[in-house]
Design a protein around this ligand. Structure first.
Ligand SMILES: Cc1ncc(COP(=O)(O)O)c(C=O)c1O
Length: 418
């Protein structure tokens, strides 16, 4: 471990030399260096660009600097890095083989456990990434209804696929012809969309709450009731995209926590604690449509991922992981709010405790927030300036304390630099 500064955390700037050297090498052989969310080049110059390892709630960059990690690999790490129960289940499966020519027992066992656990769902299918199953859900809804239009919330992210990706280069415009965007919680807007186009709408796809990049908005009273009744009236399918929030609110599905009644549920990120797996679940009435969809991938049937997912579910239940996540997340939010107040900084917290979202109220371009996250990251708390953060069951009160030391120095820096 090489942490610059004293035992309570670093004060001096850590070296990022290896990170920067790797970045240069990457740029020569990988377009852009690193692509997608994990491109830390966009996060701030004091953020490391490559990590070497993780353990529990902590990660170490390739220069050996340690961080309390509030991104949890963008969600998957729900029990912490290198969880011994999950990793042992994977190791045992690997002794038997992993990607074979047919699925193994681990898939059926996990399907049984997940279907039994998920409120209102009768069957499950599996892919790898979140976009596999959100796109599968759209196909299933279209097969079921014989209609083609998809209603989603403006700026809501459902994956990097032509029908939904927010960045348009490379996507011919016709891919968006079938997309209708509405405003979160705008019941009247949704009603008028259905009044005009109900005959063509195959589905409404929503996240359990609106988790946009800097702001989160919870469902208003009546939003999910309206979604359900409009879908029923117009023979449309209600898809819950629980890819990001799943397993951080209720193991029976975030739709239970937020009081929604979807027809299809999409999971990925957290369900296998970092091993690659996504799941789509559905109500009985959609089983025939799901049977007609051609859905496959070379690695969809890897047994190790199912072993990891079964162990994750059991371990989360055994340890009340969701309770821990909410308790620690709230400590973090309360601590940051109190600290910001003492510095006179207008820190605004919008996300629920399990997935906090922050910004400064007087900083519409998020430039000061970015500087603050960069300074805190340099001091050992890995904070993302343009995405919600994630809390895991491996985070502790000590992690919150360590983070508050880092953010205190970041607030001091903001104060002295203006
Ligand atoms: C709500 C939501 N849906 C779908 C996806 C796509 O998941 P993946 O990146 O695994 O394809 C994401 C990814 O961040 C997401 O947050």
């Amino acid at each position: 471990m090489s942490v610059a500064g004293n035992e309570r955390g670093r004060m001096t700037s850590p070296s990022l030399d290896r990170s920067e050297a790797l970045w240069k090498r990457a740029q020569r052989v990988i377009p852009g260096g690193v692509y997608g969310h994990q491109n830390a080049g966009a996060h701030g110059e004091r953020h490391p660009k490559f990590l070497a390892r993780g353990e529990g709630s902590r990660v170490w960059d390739v220069d050996g600097n340690e961080y309390v990690d509030w991104m949890c690999a963008y969600g998957p790490m729900v029990l912490g890095y290198r969880n011994s129960v999950v990793d042992r289940a994977v190791a045992e499966q690997m002794e038997l083989g992993d990607t074979l020519s047919l699925p193994g027992e681990a898939m059926v066992e996990y399907a049984e456990a997940l279907v039994a656990k998920t409120a209102g769902m009768d069957w499950a299918i599996f892919g790898k990434n979140g976009a596999d199953v959100t796109s599968w859900a759209i196909d299933t809804a279209r097969a079921q209804t014989g209609k083609s239009k998809v209603v989603k919330v403006r700026n809501a992210y459902h994956g990097a696929r032509p029908w939904t990706i927010p960045v348009l280069p490379g996507v011919p415009p016709h891919h968006r012809d079938e997309l209708i965007e509405v405003v979160w919680n705008d019941v009247e807007g949704l009603r008028s969309v259905f009044a005009e186009e109900g005959d063509a709408i195959a589905c409404v796809i929503l996240t359990p709450y609106d988790h946009q990049l800097h702001h989160a908005e919870l469902p208003s009273e009546g939003w999910y009731r309206a979604v359900r009744s409009l879908c029923d009236e117009h023979d449309a399918v209600f898809v819950m995209d629980d890819v990001r929030a799943g397993f951080r609110f209720d193991l029976a599905g975030s739709h239970v926590y937020f009081n929604a009644a979807p027809d299809l549920v999409c999971y990925s990120k957290a369900i296998a604690n970092g091993y690659a797996l996504s799941a789509g679940l559905g109500v009985e009435a959609l089983r025939p449509a799901a049977e007609r969809i051609f859905f496959t991938g070379s690695f969809f049937f890897q047994s190790s991922a199912f072993a990891a997912a079964s162990a994750t579910l059991a371990e989360m239940e055994r340890t009340d992981a969701v309770g821990t996540i909410h308790r620690i997340g709230q400590l973090l939010i309360d601590g940051l709010e109190a600290q910001a107040e003492s510095f006179g900084e207008p820190l605004v917290s919008t996300g629920p405790a399990a997935m906090p979202s922050f910004h400064f109220g007087d900083d519409p371009e998020y430039a000061r927030f970015k500087r603050w996250c960069d300074a805190a990251t340099e001091q050992g708390a890995y904070l993302h300036p343009g995405h919600n953060w994630f809390v895991s069951a491996a985070h502790t009160e000590e992690d919150v304390d360590r983070t508050l030391e880092a953010t205190e120095r970041a607030f001091e820096e903001l104060r002295s630099s203006g």
